[in-house]
Design a protein around this ligand. Structure first.
Ligand code: ADP
Ligand code: MG
Length: 235
């Protein structure tokens, strides 16, 4: 059963400050994704990977085409769905983990990780202890748990970001470069955590440049080139 069907998707950016110069970021994008599948999204910098992910999460509104998502209560087109429905899905089913943590001021590392978990786990202390366990597995130094991530290193922020994205077991996860600035051991922990989600039925679209991560994590790959699909691996 497909969780996602992308049909003839395109995204054109209209740069008003540059005399309406148009940038075709995505064109003729067609692919499907099965429930429980992990797809690796590859391609050179600027090939449209993040734009595709943001169109699916609806941070960007696609210029044309369809993104049919099969939610727990029926199929809908994420290009046309109204904002309320999209916001609801973000709370209950679809999670997006950007490449960099957007730091929330004066919220501790543990509470940043718990953001999505607090919605389902009303006992805050239970949620926090789950977050701490996860951060321990990710080898974040204990003294940072109650500190503010704004001062953390890139690798530390990335671990917070990844933990936040996966702790509440989303149904569909969009994740941009989850292992880019991690050491080999932590990389393996993150890969195992994402594989654990898959075991529970999560579908994952994962941008990565890291051959080791792609090899261990993905069922198949979609490679983009100049905003178009260069190659879809079929299994
Ligand atoms: N918000 C935006 N406004 C204008 N152009 C953008 C925007 N986001 C992405 N682009 C352009 O779209 C193209 C694809 O970018 P992106 O999706 O970030 O590629 P990738 O993630 O593969 O590096 C690039 O030419 C980029 O400059
Ligand atoms: Mg990108």
């Amino acid at each position: 059963m497909n969780i996602l069907e992308v049909n003839d998707l395109s995204k054109v950016f209209n740069l008003h400050i540059l005399n309406n110069k148009k940038i075709e970021a995505l064109a003729d994008i067609n692919f499907t994704m099965k429930e429980g599948e992990i797809i690796g999204l590859t391609g050179k910098s600027g090939s449209g990977k993040s734009s595709l992910m943001k169109c699916i999460y609806r941070t960007y509104l696609a210029s044309s085409g369809e993104i049919i998502y099969k939610s727990n209560d029926g199929s809908l087109d994420l290009v046309k769905a109204d904002d309320h429905r999209v916001i609801e899905l973000r709370k209950t089913e679809i999670n997006y983990c950007s490449q960099f943590l957007s730091v929330i001021p004066r919220v501790t590392a543990v509470d940043v990780v718990c953001e999505n978990l607090f919605r389902v786990e009303k006992n805050k202390e239970v949620a926090r202890s789950k977050a701490k366990e996860m951060l321990e597995e990710l080898a974040l130094p204990g003294e940072l748990f109650d500190a503010f991530p704004v001062t953390f290193s890139g690798g530390e922020q990335q671990r917070i970001n990844v933990a936040r994205a996966i702790i509440a077991s989303p149904r569909f996860l969009l994740i941009d470069e989850p292992t880019a600035s991690l050491d080999a051991r932590t990389k393996d922990v993150v890969i195992d955590m994402i594989l654990g989600l898959k075991q529970n039925g999560t579908s994952v679209l994962c941008i990565s440049h890291d051959e080791y991560t792609l090899e261990r994590l993905c069922d198949r790959r979609i490679d983009l080139q100049f905003g178009r699909i260069n190659e879809v691996e079929v299994v």
